[in-house]
Write a protein that binds this ligand. Structure first.
Ligand SMILES: C[S@@+](CC[C@H](N)C(=O)[O-])C[C@H]1O[C@@H](n2cnc3c(N)ncnc32)[C@H](O)[C@@H]1O
Length: 471
């Protein structure tokens, strides 16, 4: 990082870190570590990479590859995620019963690092609502959720205040709040241009508003995990101490391993966990956990008179009945021409969610049905629940995989006519439809690789251009 720190930020950090400040400054001048989190529902853990100590599926990469050129990223085999933020795993494991069926809200979800992490940690009987207030970003969140492929996730595009309609609904809420981003200065020096004392104040006020807006949606006894990627106390500990003056909360303390290098803080009885780049291998991060001790319970959910979720007909269900493993776990609903699988044990709650919120994506989109003819959809190809024998698969090399992901024409010599799953190293990427002597590429336009592949495809060492974390 060559840019100088904003002077006022430097003064703050000198006061906060005291004799540690030179080490902090030195760490900011060193390169950012690159890390990924592996989707173990799709691929095994790599044996030859250094583990992120606080996250079972997190790994550091020795060099930053061109991730766009790795088909496995597009197949949802892993997520590129900053290591410190994977500490969320400890907060979940240590504050809730993950084996139980939990209703969970990730309020500030895009692009999906924490939502995909939460989805992997929850039991299959749980439900995750992954929300993002900015419309365009909610589409990116929905894309990453589909690629990750857990199925028990609903993506919404709502303002935090809209969740007030779901009183006492969630067992766990994660608020990874928009912040002044001080912890990202090393990775993204341009973030320093946005920084000012006034912005810290503005962020802190917005964070308090968000917490208050969403608070009623948490069950009494439920857990709130609050995080930011910034260092100042105004946006972190002081917000939680303020929350404790407004609502009935108690702090939840986490157990740490000394070798992780996490700094524990205490402010007016609230515990906070801080990541500094000179102590832990990652960027700046803050996390705290509190439990709601008192509040309004959820009312009984009644079946709506005019249901939002309409069951598919028997005939339509027959079309897709063998497509998912454990098909009894899913309810098949139809909206316009789309058949979708939703977790059967959450239908009453889902009815509420679809009625009260703006749902961008939910469950597993299976097929578009026109004249009783089902066309499989991208989310099904990437789903962890796709039954393995239903559709023929064609394994392709890296160049063909990239052309497919670029939405170019590909030839699939061995494929029979009809729908075919295009896969790379055993990981499905999407659908092709083989017709006599050509293949229609059904990879979604919005997901396609946009960069030119000319240079990469001419490179004889294409498969070595990226460092595969798996496979
Ligand atoms: C730190 S980012 C979330 C990163 C995400 N949790 C992840 O791990 O990939 C904060 C998010 O909050 C959203 N946001 C911005 N203003 C907001 C507001 N007033 N209320 C709720 N969310 C907001 C931003 O669009 C952004 O996506």
């Amino acid at each position: 990082m060559s840019k100088p720190l904003p002077p006022s930020f430097q003064t703050r950090m000198q006061a906060q870190l005291g004799p540690d400040f030179p080490a902090f400054e030195e760490a900011l001048a060193a390169p950012s570590p690159t890390s990924v989190r592996v989707n173990t529902a799709k691929v095994p853990l790599p044996a030859n990479l250094e583990r992120v100590p606080w996250a079972e599926t997190g790994f550091y990469l020795p060099v930053r590859p061109s991730f766009t050129l790795d088909p496995l990223l597009h197949g949802g085999a892993y997520y590129v995620q900053e290591a410190s933020s994977m500490f969320l795993e400890q907060a979940l494991k240590q504050s809730v019963e993950l084996e139980e069926p939990l209703a969970v809200l990730d309020l500030c979800g895009a692009p999906g690092g924490k939502s995909t992490h939460i989805a992997s940690l929850l039991s299959p009987e749980s439900l995750l609502v992954a929300n993002e207030v900015i419309r365009t970003r909610s589409n990116i969140l929905a894309e990453n959720i589909q690629k990750w492929g857990t199925g028990n996730v609903v993506v919404t595009n709502n303002d935090p205040s809209h969740f007030g309609q779901l009183t006492g609904f969630f067992d766990l809420m994660v608020v990874d709040a928009p912040c002044s981003g001080e912890g990202m200065f090393r990775k993204d020096p341009d973030a320093m241009d946005e920084w000012s004392e006034a912005n810290v104040k503005l962020c802190s006020e917005r964070q308090r508003r968000i917490l208050m807006d969403v608070w009623d949606a948490l069950k009494p006894g439920g857990v709130l995990i609050y995080s930011t990627c910034t260092y100042n106390a105004e946006e972190n500990e002081l917000n939680l101490a303020w929350l404790a003056t407004q609502q009935d909360v108690e702090p939840v303390q986490l157990q740490l391993q000394p070798e992780w290098g996490v700094t524990e803080t205490q402010e007016e009885g609230m515990h906070g966990y801080r990541f500094y780049p000179h102590r832990a291998q990652g960027e700046g991060f803050f996390l705290a956990v509190v439990r709601k001790t008192e509040g309004e319970e959820a009312g009984k959910f009644r079946k709506s008179k005019r249901p939002y979720l309409v069951q598919a007909s028997k005939q339509e269900k027959m079309l897709v009945k063998d497509w998912l493993k454990n098909s009894d776990d899913w309810e098949i609903v139809k909206h316009q021409d789309t058949l979708r699988a939703l977790p059967a044990n959450w239908m009453l709650e889902l009815e509420q969610i679809y009625e009260k919120l703006r749902v961008v994506y939910g469950g597993i989109e299976l097929a578009e049905v026109l004249k009783n003819n089902p066309k499989p959809l991208p989310a099904l190809a990437l789903s962890q629940h796709l039954a393995s024998e239903v559709f023929p698969r064609v394994e392709v090399d890296v160049a063909t995989a990239l052309k497919f992901l670029h939405r170019e024409d590909v030839t699939l010599e061995e494929a029979e006519n009809g729908w075919v799953l295009v896969q790379f190293k055993g990981i499905p990427l999407g659908w092709g439809k083989k017709l006599q002597n050509r293949v229609n590429n059904h990879y979604p336009k919005e997901w396609r690789i946009r960069m030119s592949l000319d240079e990469a495809l001419q490179d004889e060492n294409l498969s070595q251009l990226f460092t595969l974390p798996v496979g």
